[in-house]
Design a protein around this ligand. Structure first.
Ligand SMILES: [Fe+2]
Ligand SMILES: [Fe+2]
Length: 153
């Protein structure tokens, strides 16, 4: 919507490594907010992050930005179902998502840090350390608010 055709193609290219993967596709099974799946939420955050970077000329590393944004909630469970292993979902899921991203895609330390710190300031000690991490942290808040209030079930 806000990206040009050329920008949309660049974004698609950066996502091509991930989108067809079966573990990534599993995110379509889980609801993130309202009626929005985790997969769609991650795509929304990626789109907004990419747009913010271009719009405000933030000159971030777009490969790291897109990887961190798209995998930031790659925790792969339904957080609405009470289970002991994700009892503190708000605090713990960023680390789980980062671990899955390492396990399935071998992402590097920069991307791991983007994912792990996206829940700041809830995770008060995990402060976004790079401009990419700040962008994803902000885009996640914007998208979450829209999804909660606009896409209520
Ligand atoms: Fe999250
Ligand atoms: Fe998120």
């Amino acid at each position: 919507m806000f990206l040009t055709d050329a920008e949309q193609n660049q974004l698609k290219e950066l996502l091509s490594r991930f989108e067809g993967d079966s573990h990534v596709q599993d995110m379509k099974k889980y609801i993130q907010h309202g009626s929005v799946t985790t997969f769609t939420h991650c795509k929304n955050v990626t789109y907004v992050s990419f747009w913010m970077n271009r719009k405000f000329k933030l000159c971030s590393d777009e490969k790291a930005l897109v990887t961190g944004a798209f995998l930031h909630d790659f925790y792969l469970y339904d957080w609405h179902v009470p289970e002991e292993y994700h009892r503190l979902h708000g605090f713990s899921h960023a680390k789980v998502a980062s671990g899955n991203a390492v396990k399935f895609f071998g992402i590097g330390p920069k991307e791991q840090s983007i994912i792990q710190c996206h829940m700041w300031p809830l995770n008060i000690t995990c402060i976004p350390q790079s401009r990419e991490a700040v962008i994803v942290c902000l885009a996640d808040k914007v998208c979450s608010l829209i999804e909660i209030f606009v896409h209520r079930k």
